[in-house]
Design a protein around this ligand. Structure first.
Ligand SMILES: [Zn+2]
Length: 273
């Protein structure tokens, strides 16, 4: 958090025009070590956010962010550690073959199979989230994309996809990860049929984590609407595209997440141990 820099370039309507106000700002990094530290802290906070939203399911679920210096390596949460217990000191650094390069804990095999394949296939993707959530997994069984029923889901207009490849089969074989990676394209949100949700980001782990939370919520809202039996009014394409542009950017995902980050920074200082 800092006061808005008078010379900072405005990239969103949400940034205040009035100068000198306290508002989250993406930091400038003086060194690659600073950037790594920032990425790791925000990865831990993303794990705490997954706990906060009840996204845990045993050891399922993995979040990754590329190392800023060695992009062929990524930081992730350790296997069999609850999201609420992830902290700076137990993160692991892993390569695309699933070897732990730094850290004491094992990596989730399904995690590296999926995330390694995506990070390998899409060099521009720097962060990715996956978990077995109730509504996301349930909705993924329909094999249908989300309808544009709200401003919230418009963030996924033309940027989410249903992937049927390797659906329902536990992603422990490397070909499985590759088939999902090839099918997902450049989409932000992936509904892996009979499995669960994935999100990717070219911006930050904050962005990937927030849109994961949003995607799960959109699946819940879609199911609630469908349960009424009433046909919803849908956004037209032009409105959905407009909302996508203004409330669905990478920056907006990052900005939303700062609210959560500050909450965990204040209430869960053990995440920095
Ligand atoms: Zn999974």
């Amino acid at each position: 958090m800092s006061t808005q820099n008078a010379t900072a370039e405005k990239i969103s309507l949400y940034q205040p025009d009035q100068q000198g106000l306290i508002f989250p700002e993406i930091p400038d990094f003086e060194s690659v070590a600073d950037e790594r530290n920032y990425r790791k802290k925000h990865l831990v906070a993303a794990c705490r956010a997954f706990d906060y939203h009840g996204f845990d399911y045993g050891f399922a679920g993995h979040l990754t962010i590329r190392d800023p210096e060695f992009p062929e390596l990524y930081w992730t949460n350790p296997m069999c550690i609850h999201f609420s217990q992830v902290r700076m000191s137990n993160l692991i650094l892993v390569d695309h073959q699933g070897q732990v390069i730094e850290g004491d804990y094992a990596v989730n095999r399904a995690g590296f199979v999926l995330h390694g394949a995506v990070h390998e296939q899409y060099p521009e993707v720097i962060a990715m989230c996956h978990a077995h959530t109730v509504y996301g997994t349930a909705w993924c069984s329909t094999g249908r994309p989300l309808d544009m029923i709200s401003q919230d889901v418009a963030a996924f207009y033309n940027s989410h996809v249903v992937v049927g490849a390797s659906s329902g089969a536990v992603a422990v074989e490397e070909e499985s990860g590759l088939s999902v990676a090839k099918a997902m394209g450049a989409h932000r949100g992936i509904l892996h049929q009979n499995h669960g949700l994935l999100t990717t980001s070219q911006h930050s782990i904050d962005d990937a984590a927030f849109w994961f939370i949003a995607l799960e919520r959109c699946c819940q809202q879609q199911m609630l609407v469908e349960s009424t039996g009433v046909k919803p009014q849908l956004l037209d394409d032009k409105t959905a595209a407009y909302s996508r542009e203004h409330v669905g950017s990478d920056y907006i995902g990052w900005l939303h997440f700062q609210t959560l980050y500050q909450h965990f920074e204040a209430t869960q200082p053990d995440m920095f141990l």
